[in-house]
Design a protein around this ligand. Structure first.
Ligand SMILES: [Zn+2]
Length: 272
């Protein structure tokens, strides 16, 4: 009997720690901005499987959102309509520009008529950027992951479902750069994307979520309307937050309960 009691207490503590059930549901008038990277099967022994949401999981998540009354917006729409957004507004974002965003995610988004924003790195092919954050991440896993081709990007833009934002020229660590280099990464990437795809590039995303106040200034002065970070959580769209927006991180390692909890509170536990 006593063992059963101890077992129940331990189980309770484990679930409490893992899901932080007592934290508050964030007001449903604050939009959820979800951060994805890849939509693909996991690779054996890979370092970055957390960045890979399996296609079946992704479909389950999008279907759940659709069935539960969430309305999808691109990032720039979210900002433009911020005073008239319905309860349960959501923005799906993808970082980096992996090819599976087109081959795996886009068909699902089309099926459910769900809008999304993809932040592409202008110079994204065959680039080792994961070591810019941690030197030991130099095994080429993300370098060899296929990236979106321009033709695929054009097709998605033409669908009206997908907004293309900038994730800089080279996915460098902005904190290590001079002012001129920062301007090249933040402002020139916008111009490149606009010229190549004949669009206005309104949304920006800081690589690795690493940035300082100078980067925020440059993003504002470059003519973007908004910028996202990797800070976990759910924000209101106040004027002073538009260039440092928090996001809800969707991990390839989340189970469905975690996903649902994150939609309510922005995080699964206390810091994830
Ligand atoms: Zn990135």
């Amino acid at each position: 009997m006593i063992y059963l009691l101890i077992f129940i207490v331990i189980l309770f503590m484990y679930y409490s720690f893992r899901y932080a059930w007592w934290t508050k549901v964030v007001d449903l008038k604050n939009p959820r901005i979800l951060m994805y990277h890849m939509v693909s099967s996991h690779k054996k022994n890979a370092r970055f499987n957390g960045l890979r949401v399996q296609p079946e999981e992704f479909e389950k998540q999008i279907k759940y959102l659709k069935d539960n009354g969430w309305t999808f917006f691109t990032m720039s729409e979210l900002i433009e309509k911020k005073d008239e957004l319905p309860f349960k507004s959501i923005s799906i974002t993808f970082d980096d520009g992996y090819e599976d965003n087109f081959t795996n995610a886009y068909p699902i988004l089309k099926k459910y008529d769900a809008k999304a924003t993809i932040y592409v790195v202008v110079d994204r092919h065959d680039r080792e950027w994961s070591s810019k954050r941690k030197k030991k991440n130099n095994d080429g896993e993300l370098k060899f992951e296929p990236k979106l081709k321009d033709e695929q990007i054009k097709e998605m833009i033409n669908s009206g479902l997908i907004e293309i934002g900038s994730h800089t020229m080279t996915h460098d660590n902005l904190l290590n750069l001079t002012k001129e280099q920062k301007i090249n990464e933040i402002q020139n990437s916008k111009i490149e994307i606009e010229n190549k795809f004949n669009i206005t590039c309104k949304s920006f995303c800081y690589p690795f979520g690493l940035y300082d106040e100078k980067d925020v200034e440059i993003a504002k002065n470059s003519g973007y309307t908004n910028a996202t970070t990797t800070t976990k959580g759910i924000d209101s769209l106040n004027e002073n937050k538009k260039f440092e927006l928090k996001r809800v991180t969707i991990s390839g390692k989340d189970n469905f309960l975690s996903f649902k909890i994150k939609m309510k509170r922005g995080m699964r536990g206390l810091n994830k």
